[in-house]
Design a protein around this ligand. Structure first.
Ligand code: ZN
Length: 269
């Protein structure tokens, strides 16, 4: 599943654990990996292609994103970038939202984005047309709120919405098929969503990845990006007559509902 980013760089998803993707960019000589939760599949990949690991990007501190750091540094001497707000062993360059970093080996620049919400210091890495968003946005869904607030995660998703529409979103998990069940529960009459769900069923049936996903596509089908849309607001109003249709209130409602889905939301307001 390697694809070319431009004439000199390609990107590849290294499967790890049950449903993680460790994203790797290389130019045939040097490689960068994002969130290596497990070292072994990364080492196998790098050895097979005779690549030298120059760079690791870390989005947040969870073990399935950081667990491979220590072993990788026994084989390679990468520069390891990670969020300043989270203390992650092995990170040697701490970065903050709005920073820019340059990766000389791959001639790539990334802008650091503030994605607090899933964890307190979660960050994203954006380079022209490509976003590594860790556990912030998934196709047709979003991350759980473990340490931050709903308002923070909502703000992170709004930051993603402001990126160019043709941004390819490289999230860290293959959760799409499961997320689509919930999305269809929220917006059963969304024809773009129905169409996409069929497409994803075919991809998964053939064991293909559904990631990366395109921002323009997510805006049509991801309920967590659509709480400002009248069609979604109306669909929820029809079902839950008392619901507050303020976009953040709806986002909070959907996130809480998704946590317990397929149970129905318990509303105490
Ligand atoms: Zn996580």
């Amino acid at each position: 599943m390697a694809t070319n980013i431009n004439s000199s760089l390609r990107i590849h998803g290294i499967p790890a654990f049950q449903d993680n993707y460790i994203w790797a960019i290389d130019n045939g000589q040097y490689a960068l990996v994002v969130d290596p939760g497990d070292a072994k599949p990364v080492i196998d990949y790098l050895k097979r292609l005779h690549l030298n690991l120059s760079t690791i990007l870390i989005t947040h501190h969870h073990g399935d994103h950081t667990g491979g750091i220590e072993e990788l540094t026994q084989y390679f001497a990468p520069t390891i970038y990670g969020p300043d707000k989270e203390h992650i062993k092995g990170v040697n360059v701490s970065v903050n939202p709005h920073d820019s970093i340059h990766i000389p080996q791959l001639d790539l620049n990334f802008t650091i984005l503030d994605f607090a919400g899933h964890t307190k210091g979660h960050i994203g890495y954006y380079t022209e047309g490509i976003l590594f968003c860790g556990d912030t946005l998934f196709s047709a869904g979003c991350g759980r709120i473990f340490e931050g607030s709903a308002a923070e995660l909502f703000s992170a998703l709004n930051t993603i919405k402001q990126l160019p529409q043709d941004t390819q979103i490289y999230c860290a998990h293959e959760y799409t098929q499961n997320n689509l069940q919930f999305a269809l529960e929220v917006e059963p009459n969304n024809s773009a969503l129905q169409h996409y769900a069929k497409h994803v069923d075919e991809l998964r049936f053939n064991k293909h990845a559904t990631i990366p996903t395109l921002l323009s596509q997510e805006l049509l089908i991801n309920p967590f990006l659509r709480t400002d849309q009248e069609s979604l607001q109306q669909a929820l109003q029809q079902r839950f007559s008392e619901i507050d249709t303020d976009p953040l209130a709806l986002f909070t409602f959907l996130r809480e509902w998704k946590n317990i889905y397929p149970s129905l939301p318990i509303r105490n307001k």
